[in-house]
Design a protein around this ligand. Structure first.
Ligand SMILES: [Zn+2]
Length: 78
């Protein structure tokens, strides 16, 4: 009967750990925010900027990053 108890215990532990393991294995959408030093490319002057310091603009549903307001303005104007 001890085997049944161990199996029941294992099932209970797995049921408790399943959501935690799922969270660990899946890459959450917010993972980008957890990497503040990620480098992004400014499409105007082709400079790599630290994402946390870059200016972001949403252009056609796509986020673009710029090193400065000047580059953001230049991208918007043409
Ligand atoms: Zn720039």
């Amino acid at each position: 009967m001890r085997v049944v108890l161990i199996l029941f215990w294992l099932a209970a532990v797995l049921a408790l750990l399943a959501p935690v393991l799922r969270r660990l294995t899946q890459r959450p959408l917010g993972a980008r925010a957890a990497l503040p030093d990620e480098l992004v490319k400014d499409p105007v002057c082709n400079t790599y900027v630290v994402k946390s310091r870059a200016l972001s603009r949403v252009d056609g549903g796509e986020v673009r990053y710029f090193c400065s307001a000047e580059c953001a303005r230049r991208a918007a104007s043409g």
